[in-house]
Design a protein around this ligand. Structure first.
Ligand code: AMP
Ligand code: GLY
Length: 425
């Protein structure tokens, strides 16, 4: 099978690494990819959000399966664009339809969905740009901290949490006025603050049944001790020790199964991943958000633990036979430490030469923002540059190798958190 993978981050390198191991994959092409994905297949110069370009490439090159890494193309309807075109309706697409992608694409859609199907989530109300006064009145009924969310996609930056009411009101003004987050902010969800530890749970589904993938914990803040600005994610650990059998039973019964029931009731065509961003509030799981893709950097720790053939699982998704699928997961612990460019998540330079990858032992390097420059050097090409991932017999063992390998890789301005996973020891 010829497989086209869309995306260019660490998640896509981990997916490419796993897909390329499948005997069912005869050729892997990544659009646009990075220097790491180029080791697993062939990168092509095509944007992952260029739906027409992807369709043309698929037809011109007899691609059999398209695996969509990031959310933008899904929210823009890449599944429908391919499946509704008679020329390519037989192609396999791993990713939900445009209607299904609303679970991530619109916060107010996902909140009403959770409310309708009794899925535990923070209490909320949503407001449009003509409802500023109502929104302020609703803030008066809440205890701080206040949680404000832009309705649309805002690359993970659309959430504001503040304990200062005036600041919340200012932010509301900016969001509803379209000055912050553009159109994505013209509808705002205001919700109750939930206090607990977050974790990421993933399933692969055909819209009816699901296989549970390994769970993972992400580290979102730039600074050690979870301080400073939010980032795309500074590291990940899988499995999550507190997500034990009892907790995961609650996740299945209260969250995953009602979500799949809702997907069927609403007739959402859903062939892909669901990422449940959860928070553990005193032993009870609540949904913070749905994503319609895998997480990054969670995927870098999740893929090494999957022993089954991922492409075979994708075929079950396509044929809607996930109820017959079995997944085998390694009991080992995977840890990923993210190396980032100095300055990230604010302004940072690109093009810094990366050395030392050949010196790493017992681990995997998943590339995120990297490329090969015109002189043939491996250089940085983004804020998040690469992960040092390890599969070990314990968190301690895996972390000590991930951290040692993070030390051995060099580029000017390199930064990483030395405390990834330490809260779980
Ligand atoms: P989201 O984009 O919805 O995932 O939100 C980004 C981050 O904001 C989450 O990962 C949480 O850390 C935090 N967050 C969002 N909603 C809440 C909430 N209701 N209570 C507490 N923290 C939240
Ligand atoms: N690591 C969080 C995300 O992928 O959204």
């Amino acid at each position: 099978m010829k497989i086209l993978l869309l995306g260019s981050g660490g998640r896509e390198h981990a997916l490419a690494w796993k897909i390329a191991q499948s005997p069912l994959c005869s050729e892997l092409v990544i659009a646009p990819g990075n220097a790491g994905t180029a080791q697993c297949g062939t990168n092509i110069n095509l944007s992952d959000s260029d739906i027409d370009g992807v369709k043309k490439y698929v037809l011109d090159n007899q691609i059999d399966m398209i695996v969509v890494g990031p959310e933008q193309a899904l929210v823009n309807g890449i599944y429908d664009a391919i499946k509704n075109d008679p020329q390519c309706a037989d192609k396999i697409v791993i990713g939900p339809s445009k209607a299904g992608a609303q679970l991530e694409g619109s916060k107010s859609y996902s909140k009403t969905f959770m409310q309708e199907f009794n899925i535990p989530t923070a209490a909320y109300r949503s407001f449009n740009k003509n409802e500023l006064n109502n929104a302020i009145a609703f803030l008066d009924t809440l205890q701080p901290p206040y949680v404000l969310k832009a309705d649309g996609l805002a690359t993970g930056k659309g959430v504001i949490i503040t304990s200062v009411k005036n600041e919340a009101i200012n932010e509301l003004n900016l969001m509803l006025g379209g000055e912050k987050f553009g159109e994505a902010g013209e509808h705002v969800v205001i919700e109750e603050f939930l206090s607990g530890i977050e974790l990421s749970v993933f399933v692969l589904t055909d819209g009816k049944d699901y296989v549970l993938l390994p769970s993972a914990k992400d580290y979102k803040r730039i600074g050690e001790g979870d301080t400073g600005l939010n980032t795309g994610g500074m590291g990940s650990i899988s499995p999550v020790p507190f997500a034990d059998t009892e907790f995961m039973e609650k996740v299945k019964k209260r969250i995953i199964e009602p979500t799949l029931h809702g997907i069927q009731v609403r007739n959402l065509n859903y062939h892909g991943f669901i990422f449940f961003g959860l928070i553990n509030v005193k032993g009870n799981p609540y949904v913070i958000e749905y994503n319609v893709r895998m997480g990054d950097p969670e995927t870098e720790s999740v893929m090494p633990r999957i022993e089954s053939d991922l492409v075979e699982l994708f075929l079950h998704v396509d044929k809607e036979t996930v109820k017959d699928a079995r997944i085998s997961i390694s009991p080992k612990t995977a840890t990923s430490v993210m190396l980032v460019s100095g300055g990230y998540p604010q302004k940072y330079p690109k093009g810094k030469i990366i050395t030392g990858i050949d010196n790493i032992e017992d681990g995997i390097v998943f590339h995120a923002g990297t490329k090969i420059d015109e002189q043939g050097h491996l250089v940085t090409n983004g804020g998040r540059v690469l992960t040092t991932t390890t599969l070990g017999n314990s968190i301690e063992e895996a972390l000590s190798i991930s951290n040692r390998n993070a030390e051995r890789i060099q580029f000017e301005g390199k930064y990483y958190r030395h405390d990834i996973g330490k809260d779980l020891l």
